[in-house]
Design a protein around this ligand. Structure first.
Ligand code: GLP
Length: 232
């Protein structure tokens, strides 16, 4: 699964002569993809100097060097292992003094760079994409979110002390995500089986954020057997 996703991203990096904008995700699911991607880069000496990256989200209140910040995750899982200039790797700044202004700045930044060419996505057990929790209007741009209790619980496994999981995050909105020209959704593991069957068999509804992807014209879904077991 990770190899497939990494090859799709890697071939785009290889083929792009000009700038390529990758939309990137964090969480447990894409770790294998980044592992494969950096292996491919190392073995072929492929350059990433023409690539810009825009991450989906960042916790509010965690500094760049906090081990659970998404900036730290991206640096350690990918950026430190490829030749992409740091100033071409963007995440929302969860430490900004004015968070509303930061949301507008991030949205503008993506637009000014011509939008995301290819967006990698995971999915939450409750169907969230980025940190867009159930009930988020599909029209939302980058905004601040209050994390659902189940999302905090799910992410507590990455924190030494579960009470340290931040309550808020900045996330690209559903409308920002849908502007990507192409989307790759990764669904992995038995605890995503219900979400995957809701995605495949349910209707498009704001109460299940990932369902919006059915209305995008270029989405690939890469799923493993465990996550697909409830779908015929
Ligand atoms: C996290 C992230 C999402 C991610 C999802 C699933 O909270 N904000 O971008 O896709 O939840 O995470 P995991 O892959 O660890 O199951």
């Amino acid at each position: 699964m990770s190899e497939k996703a990494a090859s799709m991203l890697f071939s785009r990096v290889k083929e792009s002569k000009d700038q390529l904008s990758l939309g990137l995700a964090t969480g447990g699911t894409p770790q294998g993809t980044y592992e494969e991607l950096k292996k491919m880069a190392r073995e072929t000496k492929q350059t990433f100097t023409h690539v810009k990256t825009f991450n989906l989200d960042e916790y509010v209140g965690l500094s760049e060097d906090h081990h659970q910040s998404y900036r730290y995750y991206m640096n350690t899982h990918l950026f430190n292992h490829i030749d992409i200039p740091e100033e071409q790797t963007y995440l929302p700044n969860g430490m900004a003094n004015n968070l509303d202004e930061e949301c507008r700045r991030y949205e503008r930044l993506i637009e000014e760079n011509g939008g995301v060419d290819i967006q990698l996505l995971g999915i939450g057990g409750n169907g969230h994409i980025g940190f867009n929790e159930p009930g988020t209007p599909f029209t939302e741009k980058t905004h601040i979110v209050q994390l659902a209790q189940e999302t905090k619980q799910a992410n507590a496994r990455f924190f030494e002390d579960p009470s340290e999981v931040p309550s808020r995050a900045i996330t690209m909105g559903i409308s920002s995500i849908m502007c990507a020209k192409e989307i790759i959704l990764l669904v992995s593991g038995v605890n995503k089986a219900e979400a995957f069957s809701r995605l495949m068999e349910g209707e498009v509804n704001e109460l299940f954020p990932a369902s919006v992807l059915k209305t995008h014209e270029h989405v690939s879904v890469i799923v493993d057997e465990a996550a697909a077991k409830r779908v015929n």
